[in-house]
Structure formats: structure tokens, C-alpha cells
Design a protein around this ligand. Structure first.
Ligand SMILES: Cc1cc2nc3c(=O)[nH]c(=O)nc-3n(C[C@H](O)[C@H](O)[C@H](O)COP(=O)(O)O)c2cc1C
Length: 409
């Protein structure tokens, strides 16, 4: 509740030092703003999209260290997750406490390529957790391959990961890409890793906590309900089981939680979707910025429109950039794509319905409920350069200097 209130403004990171029943501090809303991502990577805000797009290909090898902060404390016997971790219930009707900011890393059963993804995880008790990780999510695909070979997937749930790994876990890089190497690319230096203590896996050396174990084969259990990223509850469903073999942590760890569907969750996911859109649209137009006000199944692309910009091609590229991208608005560079009011202003003043709609019926977007999110649509809310005299936005250059108290009685 306090985090939700903080997110209404000023939307800053928050740390709870005394949480009932918890022995460690809890942090939330850490990555709720794009500025947090830019600062953590040491990249100026204006360069964030181009830098993330470029660095994805500049992968870095892993740096394996012999001893690591995340293994200062090691627990392997009589594991009781409900005592080892804070028991946080995130939404009123959730089916109990969840790990909500856990990044699962695992190796592809055949190629050994590492995947990273966020997976909500229900705490059952003892060494028993339940994980939401269905294919087409890559971890679900790894598990399907392993099950065909009659085995489970050794995996680690990382809490308080380096920011670059948080981005990798949110990213839409292809299944063939090794997401630990990509994380190195995004942070501009190798990711420090250490061998896990109970499974054949490398884990991030500088995380706060690591829960090691196996996603067991051929078992599914009722998991949920859980208040999810579209602000509804996902009902109880059959999901995977994770058997914990070790918990390692720093001597004084902090425990990260993320409330699904609120600014931290949406910021991480939209950032990486927008990187995909940036790469796609940049082939057709100079992109100034991309934002996702409101939710992440669409975005607003601010471009420097030229006389020869092919708007239909740019809009199609944005919609094709990812399956979830069902609604795109194109705006000129003088519109703030992060400000829903400014975007609506552009739609009202610059969008011409008879000419500016691109609609692809029947294309399946994000899928959970049959028959929903079908079709894709883009709106062109830009004006072409030759209409500049009619559409140039009025400016009030000295507005910032006005002090109302100088004028009011
Ligand atoms: C905080 C957070 C929690 C998430 N929880 C889940 C989840 O429980 N299950 C899921 O399939 N995706 C979840 N996601 C989305 C995935 O992490 C995201 O789609 C990611 O790109 C999947 O990785 P992959 O492309 O390697 O499969 C979550 C994202 C965030 C930011």
C-alpha cells in the first residue's frame, strides 16, 4: 500500500527497514523511472534508447570470480523459504506470499545458452515454490526441451540483481542470445559471476540473494490467484514447481519486491519493448524518443518527420517490432511521448482519421484470454513538413521566468 501511494507521486524508490516478520529490509519502486535505468548504466537520458539498442550487440564475456558477496551466507540444510525470505502479499486477493522480483536464470538444456526472465513465484513452504513460466516464454521452452529428455532444469532465482540483468530479464532478445553476455553488453563491462553452491550454474556475484534449485519435471500445481500486470487477477492455474537446494545471500541483503502492473514493472518492460520499436522504426525515420504512457501493449513514437518519411512503413515497423505491440501513435518531435495529455493533444490537433489509420485485422497480440487483443492499429498524429506554418506549435519562451506572486495582489 505504501509503495502504491508513493507511485502516485513522487514515485521514488522506497526502503522499508522494519517489515513484520522479516529479518532484512525490503526495497521497492527502485526501477520505476527511466532516469533510474539511465543512471544505473551511466548513460545520459537522451541517449538511452540508441545506447541500449547498440549495446545489445556488444556482448561481454563473463568474469568468473572465486568468492562473491552473494555467497557471504550459505544455507543448504533444512531449507524453509517462508522463514528465509520476507513474506509479502502484494494484492488483497493474492493466493499468499510471493517472490515478485525474482529473476530466473537457467541454461538451455542442449546449447548451454543462458536465459534470464522475471517469474512470479508463490511461496508454499519448506523448499517448495511454484513458478509461472509458460512457453512461449523462453524458460518455459527450456523446460519443455528438458522434459522431453526426462529431466528438470537447474535454475536460480536472483533477487537484487545488477540493473543490466534486470534489463536482460525484461528484454525481448531472441532465444539464441545468451542473456548474461547481453547483460554485460548493456552495462558496458563483463557481468561478474560465481559458480552456484548446489547446482551446475553460474550466478551473478553481486546480487543480494540467490535461491538455487531445480524446476522439476512432469509436475504442475495450482498457483495463484495473483494480481497481474494488467491490473486484474490471474486465476488459479497449473504451473511449475521449483525445489530449492540452497539459498545464498550477502551478510546484510536487501530484499526487492515489484508490484505487478505498477510503474516499476511497467517501466522495465516498456523500456525493453521500446528498444525493439526503436530498432525497427529507425530504419524508416529519425526517432527522437519513445514512451508508453498508461500500459505496455502499445507505445508512442516521437519522430523528426521529413518530407520523404514513409509514415505507413514506419507505423508498420513499430507494430511488427513485437507481438504485444497492438496500438501505436506516431507524433512529431515537439510532442512528449511519455505524457498522455500531450499525446492526446497531438491526436486531437494533428490526426486525420480518413488518412492516418493503419489497421491490421486478425493479428494476434498478447494472448491470455481467447479472442482478446486481436488486430493491430497505428495512428499517424504527425503533420508533414510542408504544413509547418499551419501546425508549428505556439511557444511562450519566457514562461519559466514568470513569478505569479509578482502579479497577484
Ligand atoms: C516484475 C516482473 C514480473 C514478471 N513476471 C512474469 C511471470 O510471472 N511470468 C511470465 O511469463 N512473464 C513475467 N514477466 C515478463 C517477462 O519477464 C518478460 O516477458 C521477459 O521478456 C521474458 O523473458 P524471455 O523473453 O527470455 O522469455 C515479468 C516481468 C516483470 C518486469
Amino acid at each position: 500500500m505504501v509503495t502504491r501511494r508513493m507511485q502516485l507521486g513522487p514515485n521514488q524508490a522506497i526502503r522499508f527497514d522494519a517489515v513484520r516478520g522479516a529479518t532484512v529490509p525490503v526495497v521497492s519502486n527502485v526501477m520505476a523511472r527511466r532516469e533510474a535505468i539511465a543512471t544505473s548504466l551511466g548513460v545520459p537520458m537522451d541517449d538511452l534508447l540508441p545506447t541500449l539498442a547498440a549495446r545489445e550487440a556488444q556482448t561481454q564475456p563473463l568474469l568468473t570470480v572465486a568468492s562473491a558477496p552473494v555467497q557471504e551466507v550459505v544455507m543448504t540444510d533444512a531449507i524453509e523459504v517462508s522463514r528465509a525470505l520476507p513474506q509479502i502479499v502484494h494484492s488483497p486477493l493474492d493466493g499468499g506470499p510471493y517472490i515478485s522480483a525474482g529473476i530466473f536464470i537457467a541454461k538451455h538444456p542442449d546449447t548451454g545458452v543462458y536465459n534470464a526472465s522475471w517469474n512470479r513465484t508463490q511461496i508454499v513452504g519448506g523448499d517448495h515454490l511454484r513458478v509461472r513460466m509458460m512457453a512461449p516464454q523462453h524458460l518455459g521452452q527450456y523446460h519443455e526441451i528438458a522434459e522431453r529428455q526426462g529431466k528438470g532444469v537447474p535454475a536460480a532465482c536472483i533477487i537484487g540483481a545488477p540493473p543490466s540483468l534486470m534489463l536482460a530479464a525484461s528484454s525481448k532478445v531472441p532465444i539464441e542470445s545468451d542473456e548474461l553476455l547481453v547483460a554485460g553488453g548493456w552495462q558496458g563491462e563483463p557481468l561478474r559471476v560465481v559458480p552456484a553452491v548446489s547446482i551446475p550454474l553460474l550466478v551473478p556475484a553481486d546480487a543480494e540473494m540467490v535461491i538455487e534449485g531445480e524446476i522439476v519435471p512432469f509436475v504442475r500445481e495450482d498457483e495463484g490467484p495473483f494480481g497481474e500486470f494488467m491490473d486484474a487477477y490471474v486465476d488459479v492455474g497449473k504451473n511449475h514447481v521449483f525445489k530449492v537446494t540452497a539459498i545464498t545471500q550477502r551478510r546484510d541483503p536487501v530484499y526487492h519486491v515489484i508490484i505487478a502492473g505498477t510503474p516499476e514493472d511497467l517501466n522495465l518492460l516498456s523500456m525493453m519493448l521500446d528498444v525493439e520499436v526503436y530498432k525497427a522504426v529507425s530504419k524508416f525515420a529519425k526517432v527522437r524518443d519513445i514512451g508508453s504512457p498508461g500500459q505496455i501493449l502499445g507505445c508512442v513514437v516521437s519522430i523528426e518527420r521529413k518530407s520523404d518519411t514513409d509514415m505507413k512503413a514506419a507505423m508498420k515497423a513499430a507494430l511488427d517490432a513485437h507481438r504485444w505491440m497492438k496500438f501505436v501513435v506516431m507524433v512529431n518531435e515537439d510532442v512528449n511521448p511519455h505524457d498522455a495529455n500531450d499525446v492526446m493533444w497531438a491526436i486531437h490537433t494533428r490526426f486525420t482519421p480518413d488518412k492516418g489509420v493503419l489497421h491490421f485485422p486478425g493479428v494476434q497480440g498478447f494472448s491470455r484470454v481467447e479472442g482478446t487483443h486481436v488486430g493491430k492499429m497505428a495512428l499517424d498524429a504527425t503533420y508533414p513538413p510542408h504544413l509547418e506554418p499551419e501546425f508549428r506549435r505556439r511557444q511562450f519562451p519566457d514562461l519559466g521566468k514568470i513569478r505569479l506572486e509578482d502579479y497577484l495582489g
